[in-house]
Design a protein around this ligand. Sequence first.
Ligand code: SAM
Length: 188
Amino acid sequence: MSAPPELPEVVARAFDVSRKAGYASFCRNETGRLLATLAATRDGTMAEFGTGCGVGTAWLRSGVRGDARIVTAELDAKLADAAAEIFEDDPQVEVLSADWSTLLDKGPFSLLFLDSGEPTEVSVDSVADLVEEGGIVVLDDFTPCELWPPLSYGRVDSLREQWLTDERFTSVEVMVAPDASALIATKR
Ligand SMILES: C[S@@+](CC[C@H](N)C(=O)[O-])C[C@H]1O[C@@H](n2cnc3c(N)ncnc32)[C@H](O)[C@@H]1O
């Protein structure tokens, strides 16, 4: 086994909140552990587009060292309120009930987790300037593909292709499970 099965306490609380809200669209634990690991390398402010019920945010929070902060935006006010509950006593996490575009003037970020479920809106061009030099962008929910260009449902996955070839970033696709991969892109 590559990692302990126990969940960090803040992640367990986020799962409780998700369960109560009947929400199941959270990141898988393998991605969560990746987020926590990357968060542990970061200073400054990290951001998440699409909070859901706060599970991904909680994974990020579990990795935070020192006084690094997380700001996360969720369009659905009920979900944002539920996620805010998890972090109500935590000055290092801010949950915004808002479209992710609200975060456009709050950067640059040391880590950006793009998880609003609207891949076409989050092109490299739309977020490149939001990430500081050496900052990391994470996208998840890909199906591993050994072909180039990468295919998804029989078509070229242009979002993945864009992130893996853009000269502003050094990027890699990492399998987090046999059936799931994530992209990690570091700003040059
Ligand atoms: C895949 S879920 C997020 C899961 C969460 N990041 C996690 O890891 O547990 C996608 C979320 O993005 C939200 N969303 C969709 N469009 C958005 C937008 N334009 N701005 C902010 N949030 C958005 C949806 O309401 C949904 O809750």
